[in-house]
Design a binder for this molecule. Structure first.
Ligand SMILES: Cc1cc2nc3c(=O)[nH]c(=O)nc-3n(C[C@H](O)[C@H](O)[C@H](O)COP(=O)(O)O)c2cc1C
Length: 373
C-alpha cells in the first residue's frame, strides 16, 4: 500500500493500523533548532483523542506520544531542539477490541473502505478498518503540532459550524467558546442544542455529518507555487484526504457561483502599515494559488459515520448478499474529532509552502516597489 507520505519539503510518512501495536509518523524536512517538547505534540493529540465525552467513540486511547528521534537537548540552555534529522513520533494502541468485529469479519460495512481495499489489495483488515481507520489521523495531528512551529506568527484554528442540517449562528461566533463544549463549536447556544440532538441520533443507532471551518491567521503573502502546487489546490487535497471528508471549499466556495463580479472580488486599499487592506475575503486568502496575506479560510464537509447499529444491506467477501449491524465503539459524528485534524492538515500545508517559498525566493520581494521616476 504505497503513498503514505504527504508534503514536499515538510514531509511526513504515517504508519500503523487501528488494531496493530502502534501508529505514528516520521517527519522529514523539519528545519533544525526549533524548540520541540513532547507536551507541544501531546496538547494537540489530547484534543483529537477518543473517549473524552459521550459524543465520541468510547475507545480509551491515551494517545501518549514518544519522540523517538530528531531532537537534542542543548546543554547551555537545557532546551530540546529539532536537529534537522527525521523526527519519529510513536503512539501505542492500547485499547483495541478486535472481538467487536468478529461477527462482521467477512462482511463489508456500507460506506466504509472494506470493499474497495479488498478489491484492490485482497486483504480485509476487518479489525476497526485497519489502515482506513481514523486512528491514522493521530499521526497527522502529531505532525501538525510540529508544522505549527515553522511559520513565524502563524495561528491555525478550526471550529464545527454545522451538524446535520443545523448551522451555527455566525453572529454568535466566539473562538473562546470552542474549548468550552465537546463539539469545538464557536456558538454556545447551538452547542447546547447539539447535545440533545446528538444524544437522540446516538440512541436511535444512527449518526450524522458535520461541516468544519479552518482558519489560519498570520500567513505571509506569497506562499504557494503556481501552476501545479497552488496553495488552494494543495489545501483542498489535504483536507479532502481526511477520512470521511466529501467536500472542501475555500473562501466563499460554492457560494461564489451565486455572486456577481463586483460582489465577489475583494476590493483593496492601502493600509497604514504599507500593506494592502482587503475590504472583504471571498477569496479565502488565496489569489492565483498564492497567499494574499489575508486569513486563509476553508471549510470541509464530513459525512455521517458509516458504522451504525441500524441494520444495512451489504455483501460479504465471497460475493453473497447479507445484512450488517455494526456494534463496537464508534463516533456518532466523526466531524467533531475532525476539527483538530483539519487544523493539522492546514498547518502542514502552510509549513510546507513556507519552506518551498523560502527555498525559491528567499526573503521575497520588497513590495511596494518604487515607481519609475
Ligand atoms: C475523527 C474520525 C473518526 C472516525 N471514526 C469512525 C468510526 O468510529 N466509525 C466509522 O465507521 N468511521 C469512522 N470514521 C470514518 C472512516 O475512517 C472513513 O469513513 C473510512 O475510512 C472510509 O473512507 P471515506 O469515508 O473517506 O471514503 C472516522 C473519521 C474521522 C475523521
Amino acid at each position: 500500500m504505497s503513498f503514505n507520505s504527504f508534503g514536499h519539503l515538510f514531509r511526513f510518512t504515517s504508519f500503523g493500523e487501528s488494531h496493530g501495536p502502534a501508529i505514528g509518523c516520521v517527519v522529514d524536512g523539519c528545519p533544525p533548532r526549533i524548540p520541540l517538547q513532547v507536551a507541544d505534540i501531546q496538547r494537540e493529540l489530547d484534543r483529537r483523542r477518543p473517549g473524552q465525552s459521550r459524543f465520541t467513540t468510547q475507545r480509551q486511547e491515551p494517545d501518549a506520544v514518544k519522540i523517538m528521534s530528531g531532537v537534542f537537548t542543548e546543554e547551555a540552555t537545557g532546551r530540546q531542539l529539532t536537529t534537522g534529522t527525521p523526527i519519529m513520533l510513536l503512539i501505542e494502541n492500547l485499547d483495541q477490541r478486535s472481538r467487536d468485529y468478529s461477527e462482521i469479519k467477512d462482511k463489508y460495512r456500507p460506506g466504509h473502505a472494506g470493499y474497495t481495499y479488498d478489491v484492490k489489495y485482497g486483504i480485509h483488515d476487518y479489525r476497526g478498518g485497519g489502515r482506513a481507520s481514523a486512528r491514522e489521523t493521530a499521526a497527522r495531528v502529531a505532525a501538525g503540532a510540529i508544522a505549527r512551529k515553522i511559520v513565524p506568527g502563524l495561528n491555525v484554528r478550526a471550529a464545527l459550524i454545522q451538524m446535520g442540517p443545523h448551522k451555527i449562528d455566525r453572529a454568535r461566533w466566539d473562538w473562546n467558546e470552542v474549548g468550552n463544549n465537546p463539539f469545538f463549536c464557536p456558538d454556545p447556544v447551538q452547542a447546547k442544542f447539539f447535545e440533545e440532538y446528538l444524544d437522540r441520533i446516538r440512541k436511535e443507532g444512527s449518526s450524522v455529518g458535520a461541516v468544519i471551518e479552518v482558519v489560519a491567521d498570520g500567513v505571509p503573502a506569497g506562499l504557494g507555487a503556481p501552476v501545479y502546487a497552488k496553495l488552494d489546490g494543495d489545501l483542498a487535497g489535504a483536507l479532502m484526504g481526511i477520512n470521511a471528508v466529501k467536500g472542501v471549499e475555500i473562501g466563499a466556495g460554492f457560494a461564489a457561483a451565486e455572486l456577481r463580479g463586483e460582489d465577489n472580488a475583494d476590493e483593496m486599499r492601502m493600509g497604514n502599515d504599507g500593506k494592502p487592506v482587503f475590504l472583504s475575503n471571498h477569496a479565502g486568502g488565496i489569489l492565483g494559488g498564492i497567499s494574499s496575506g489575508q486569513p486563509i479560510v476553508a471549510r470541509f464537509a464530513v459525512k455521517p459515520t458509516s458504522s451504525i447499529l441500524t441494520p444495512r444491506k451489504t455483501v460479504d467477501r465471497y460475493g453473497r448478499d447479507t445484512d450488517i449491524v455494526t456494534k463496537g465503539r464508534h463516533d456518532p459524528c466523526v466531524g467533531i474529532r475532525a476539527v483538530p485534524i483539519g487544523e493539522a492538515m492546514l498547518a502542514i500545508v502552510l509549513a510546507d509552502h513556507y519552506l518551498m517559498h523560502r527555498a525559491q525566493v528567499g526573503e521575497g520581494t520588497a513590495w511596494p516597489f518604487t515607481p519609475p521616476a
